[in-house]
Design a binder for this molecule. Structure first.
Ligand code: SAH
Ligand code: SF4
Ligand code: F3S
Length: 461
C-alpha cells in the first residue's frame, strides 16, 4: 500500500506554527508523507485559531471547500485541531467535513487518532474537559515528551526554530479567549528548553525563538534558585552555535529590568521587544484588565530605550473595545506617537464567547468606526516607521536569510540564479535583496539603499 499523504494547514500564532511543526515531524516518522496539495491528501489537518471571529470564519469557509473535495474523494479524512477545536468541541465534530477534533492539549494524541479514523471509519474527539483545572503532571509530561521527540528543523524556515518556554495564560484580559483554550500558565523546566536548544543547534539551527503568551512571566523554582526569562536567555545564548535568540510575546505588567539588561549585555540576544500595549487609555486598559496604566507603559518603554539604545519595539492594539470614545482613541494615537514603534499589529475588537468583555459589555462601536480607527492608527505607525527607517540608508546590516521573497518587490530585477531574497535583521527588520537561493539559512551582510515603512532594500555585500 502507498503511504498515506497528509496536508497541513495552519491558522493562528507562533504557538500554532510550532504545534504544526511538531505534528509534521511526528506524522513523517510514522510513515505519512507530506503533500502541499490538499487535493492529493488522504488526511487534511487544519490547525485553528479562536482569537478573533475572523480567524474562525476563515476555518469555516475552508471546511466548506473541503466538503466539495470530500464528495469526489470519499476516503478523505479531515482533522480540526488547535484553539477553535478546543473551544467548539462537539459542535465542530457535527460539521459534515470533520472526522477528528483535537485541542492543543491533545496534540500528542493526534497521530494515533488519525490512524484510528482510517482503521475504524469512526470520528474521534479529544479535548481538555474543564481546561482551567491546574494541569496534572502526567498530562504535562506527555506534551513535553512529544515536544522533545519531534523537535527538529524539518518543518521550519531554514536555520530557525521555536521552543516553547511556557504554555497557557493566567492573565484573563477581558477580551481574550486564550486562557480558555490554552489553559493555565505553566513554565517548562529550563533543562528541557536548553536540551531542545542544544539538539536543534546540532541539527543546524542558528536562531531560536522562545515562545510564551507573557514570556516575561517565565519562572522555574530549582532549589534556592528561581529561573527567570533573563536566565534562560543567558543560558541559550551560551550555547556554541546559537547565533541569535529572541522571545515573544512580552506583557508590560511586571516586566523586570533583568530582561533589558541581558539584551544590552549579550550580543546574541536580539534587541527586539514585542510588547503589546492594547490601548493608550487608562479607562480602557482597566476595562481590559491589563493591570497597568499608559504612563507606566510609556515609562517602561523609556527605560527600555535607555538600557538598550537601539532597541526595536513592536506592539499590538485593539480598536473599538466596548465604550471606546474618541478621547480614548486619541490617547492610543498619542501613545503610538510617543513610543515610535518599529511596527504594530492593530485589531478590531471581536467579542469572544465566554470572555468577560463579551458577557458584560456591549460591542457598541460600529464596524465602520473600528475600521476607520484601525486605518488611522496604521497610518500613524507607518509614517513614523517610514521616517525612522531612513536612518538605515547607507548602513550595512547583518541579515538571516529566509529564502526567495514570495511577492515581487519593485526595486530589484529578478532572475533565476539571482532571485529576490528576503531575510530579517536582529531587530526583526525585513530586508529584501538579490542573491542566490542557496543563501537561505545563512547570515549575510546587506548594504541598505532604500527604505519603506515595512521593508529595507539593499545589495549583498
Ligand atoms: N499573549 C499575547 C497576545 C495573544 S493574542 C499578549 O498578551 O501580548 C494576539 C493579539 O490579538 C493580542 O495582543 C490582541 O491585540 C489581539 N486580540 C486578542 N483578543 C482579541 C479580541 N477579542 N479582539 C481583537 N483582538 C484581540
Ligand atoms: Fe490573552 Fe492577555 Fe493572556 Fe495575552 S496576556 S494571551 S492578551 S489573556
Ligand atoms: Fe494562538 Fe489563536 Fe490559539 S492566537 S494561542 S492560535 S487562539
Amino acid at each position: 500500500m502507498n503511504p498515506r499523504k497528509f496536508h497541513l494547514k495552519n491558522f493562528g500564532c507562533q504557538m500554532n506554527k510550532l504545534d504544526s511543526g511538531l505534528l509534521f515531524n511526528a506524522l513523517s516518522s510514522r510513515g505519512y508523507v507530506h503533500t502541499e496539495k490538499a487535493g492529493e491528501a488522504d488526511i487534511i489537518i487544519i490547525n485553528t485559531c479562536s482569537v478573533r471571529q475572523h480567524a474562525e470564519d476563515r476555518v469555516l469557509s475552508h471546511l466548506g471547500h473541503i466538503k466539495h473535495l470530500k464528495k469526489t474523494h470519499p476516503a478523505l479524512r479531515v482533522a480540526v485541531i488547535g484553539c477553535m477545536a478546543q473551544r467548539l468541541g462537539e459542535e465542530l465534530l457535527q460539521h459534515d467535513s470533520v472526522d477528528i477534533v483535537a485541542g492543543p492539549g491533545q496534540l500528542a494524541e493526534v497521530p494515533r487518532l488519525i490512524d484510528e479514523v482510517f482503521d475504524t471509519h469512526d470520528s474521534r474527539m479529544a479535548i481538555t474537559e474543564s481546561i482551567r483545572r491546574p494541569d496534572n503532571l502526567e498530562h504535562q509530561q506527555i506534551l513535553d515528551e512529544f515536544e522533545m521527540n519531534y523537535d527538529s528543523d524539518k518543518n521550519h524556515i531554514k536555520s530557525q526554530a521555536f521552543i516553547r518556554a511556557m504554555r497557557g495564560c493566567n492573565n484573563f484580559c477581558t477580551y481574550c479567549i486564550v486562557p480558555y483554550v490554552r489553559g493555565p500558565e505553566i513554565s517548562r523546566p529550563p533543562e528541557m528548553v536548553l536540551e531542545q536548544a542544544r539538539k536543534l543547534v546540532d541539527s543546524g539551527i542558528r536562531q531560536i525563538t522562545l515562545l510564551g503568551q507573557s514570556i516575561n512571566a517565565y519562572r522555574w523554582q530549582q532549589g534556592d534558585k528561581t529561573w527567570t526569562l533573563a536566565d534562560l536567555l543567558e543560558k541559550v545564548s551560551d550555547i556554541a552555535g546559537v547565533h541569535w535568540v529572541r522571545f515573544i510575546t512580552s506583557n508590560p505588567g511586571h516586566f523586570d529590568d533583568s530582561i533589558l539588561q541581558v539584551m544590552a549585555d549579550l550580543p546574541k540576544v536580539c534587541p527586539y521587544l514585542h510588547i503589546p500595549a492594547q490601548s493608550g487609555s487608562d479607562r480602557i486598559l482597566k476595562a481590559m484588565n491589563r493591570g497597568y496604566t499608559s504612563a507606566y507603559y510609556m515609562a517602561l518603554m523609556d527605560k527600555a530605550r535607555a538600557t538598550v539604545p537601539d532597541i526595536a519595539i513592536a506592539g499590538d492594539f485593539i480598536v473599538g473595545f466596548p465604550g471606546e470614545t474618541h478621547q480614548d482613541y486619541q490617547a492610543t494615537a498619542e501613545l503610538i506617537r510617543r513610543v515610535r514603534y518599529k511596527n504594530c499589529f492593530i485589531f478590531k475588537y471581536s467579542p469572544r464567547p465566554g470572555t468577560r468583555a463579551e458577557q458584560k459589555l456591549a460591542d457598541d462601536i460600529p464596524d465602520e468606526l473600528k475600521q476607520q480607527r484601525n486605518m488611522e492608527l496604521l497610518e500613524i505607525v507607518n509614517q513614523i516607521a517610514e521616517q525612522d527607517n531612513q536612518r538605515f540608508i547607507g548602513k550595512t546590516l547583518e541579515v538571516l536569510v529566509e529564502g526567495p521573497s514570495k511577492k515581487a518587490h519593485l526595486n530589484a530585477a529578478n532572475s533565476d540564479n539571482n532571485p529576490q531574497l528576503i531575510g530579517r535583521t536582529a531587530h526583526d527588520y525585513i530586508v529584501v535583496f538579490n542573491g542566490p537561493a542557496s543563501l537561505a539559512g545563512h547570515f549575510v551582510n546587506v548594504s541598505i539603499s532604500k527604505t519603506s515603512a515595512l521593508t529595507l532594500f539593499g545589495t549583498l555585500v
